[in-house]
Design a protein around this ligand. Sequence first.
Ligand code: OGA
Ligand code: ZN
Ligand code: ZN
Length: 448
Amino acid sequence: MTSRQVTRALFSGVRALRTSTIQQIRQKCTSACFNCTNARCLSLASTASQQHALKELQVPETSLISTNVSKDSSVRVKFSDGTESDIPYVWLRDNCRCPDCYNQEAMGRKYLLTDLQVDVQASDIQSNDTTLKIQWNNGHVSEYPSEWLHARAFTPKARALRRNVYALPKEPWGADHRLKEFDYESMKKDDRILLDWLLTMETKGSAMLKNVPNRDIAGPEMIEHIAFVKQSHYGPHSPVINRPNTNNVAFTNAKLGMHNDLPQYEQMPGIIFIHCVEQHIGTGGESVITDGLFAAEILRKQHPEYFDILTKTDSYFWDKGHANFDWEMAEFYKISRMPIITVDNNKQVKQIAVNNAIRDSYIDLPPEKVKPFYSAMKVFNDILYENSVVFKMDSGDMMTLDNIRCLHGREGYEAFSKRHVESSYLDWDEARCRRRKIQEKLGLLLTK
Ligand code: OGA
Ligand code: ZN
Ligand code: ZN
């Protein structure tokens, strides 16, 4: 078989995998699926069973013990656990649970902002330990279960719990970090192990799967088990081999500096799966990884002026080329624009985008700002390497990294090596979605 035939066979493998996964979902969900736990099943029976499961997960009752009109725009609510919160009228009106305002099945608001008065007033407020009942000045009546209200109260604790359901706090690491290991088949079979991997990826941004089957599509198979593959113009998975007529520096035998994959996409893939199918024998092909979050905090502290440059300067990343395999886009021409370090509204590091091969030669800066920009990139690169971890994967190892936080690189290797790595991606939305669904199933979700 030529390498083109091999990779064509791989791709049809992924296609078959996807088709069979879809068929499994359909079979499961068109038959009587009262116990269906498939998150993507939309049958009424499944929705009902999920709702039932939700009821079972409810935390011990928190009753409402008193209400007081505190200001003209909110009501002060005291709960049986001692917490108190001002609850703004505008929020209460917006979140009325009645069937006119809220669709219970769809779990979504029907009430429109067009109809909302920001200075809405209550004409009557009544409460008992289970319910807060408000009549609004236009006569509409809303009722709020006390537990529902308690979870959403504007207290530091309630807000922090929801933040943790959204995303877990990240735990930065340095050169002494050891990757937590997971057995590939066990992770596929046992949702508790999968949950452990998902939690590890959210907190540490890195893990190693061991005993991965020697199949080129083992990465996509695991990703399909979790959710679905994030594709790029390179298709659902990429053979990282020394390709003739290559379309990416990664697909050669060259040394790769510390990088994130695919910053030429404005939505960079969230998690990268790097599967070592066959390692180079002898020196070469070693991996290096680092925590971009850890390095960015050092940069912020030790070189605030460079941190400022890297968070406030947009870079272009580009990728122009042609398909090497028939599952790749025939011709592509991507350009993205973003800072090397993105921070959020709380000044927390949200994303790192470093990739020397993909960074464009166009720079949208006046000439006097170019040299300081390079100085900032160099210092950040040094910090990334100073805090890195070096190791060599064996065949059957699959490194998984938070691709918008951690960076990886590889040593060069001999041109005619049999080294074969496969890369594939999963998005963070899907990974966090799966984490919440498993937590919900196991009764571990902090808020509903
Ligand atoms: C890549 C890459 C790692 C390796 O393809 O982007 O980083 O070990 N590969 O070859
Ligand atoms: Zn209503
Ligand atoms: Zn890479």
